[in-house]
Ligand binder design. Sequence first.
Ligand code: 8Y4
Length: 278
Amino acid sequence: MLFADRELDLSVPRIMGVLNVTPDSFSDGGRFNHPERALEHAQEMIEAGADFIDVGGESTRPGAAPVSEQEELDRVCPVVERLLRDTDALVSVDTSSPAVMREGIRMGVHLLNDVRAFRRPGAIEAVRDASQALCIMHMQGEPGTMQDNPVYDNVVEEVRTFLLNRARELVAGGIGSRRLLIDPGFGFGKDLAHNLALLKRLDRMVDTGYPVLAGMSRKRMIGALTGRDTPDRVVGSAVAAALAVERGVHIVRVHDVAETLDAVRVAHAIRGLKEYGH
Ligand code: 8Y4
């Protein structure tokens, strides 16, 4: 698959390392807010085997203060510029803001990752005439209230239909379907049962034909299943990533790159393997 000017083979599982540049990030305590520290952390993830670095300047956790467009640009741009200059990683920008999308495209990022699936006014126009890949994610509700009482009749089919409808909308807006990736949005307006159903049936995302990205790393679903706090969710998260890859997911978005890479390599070896003997 082409990500702007870069080709990446998605027949092997790929790792996206999470790089938060928000001062209030609860998974890293804001340690990577300073551009130099963020770069160091990114280099560490790349050395551990990350193919993508996903740079995010807006927190979507419930209760997080909204970030102005200028603040988001100020957080994201210096880090993106240095990643593009100093590393070989593919650079992803996690944003819903059309202005940040346009600036990312101008700087030459490879992927735009929008948890709101390019639904903000002006988002489709901002990305239409570019060549960046676009990740469209499912979310029920809005970040502030999405976890209050998420309800589905059939979460797997409703998420799948939403993603296919968004893909159709983007294609109707002039975007080539080969630029698109889909993501069920683990934890975005979903309770534990919803998240587990989506993990179990990730094959229903894969069978759309779009490359699939999944992000479960350190999330509350892992905490609920293991009883552990965020820093101690590494093993649970790596197992979830392996189960996703076994079901055909192409890219996993994670915090703990080295551990996840081992897990997904084992899972990939088992996927599609024919039985031996008999
Ligand atoms: C601990 C650490 C607890 C992180 C929660 C979290 C996704 C995403 C996020 C995802 C795509 C997060 C930006 C939420 N999740 N983008 N972004 N897919 N495509 N929470 O699942 O990591 S932020």
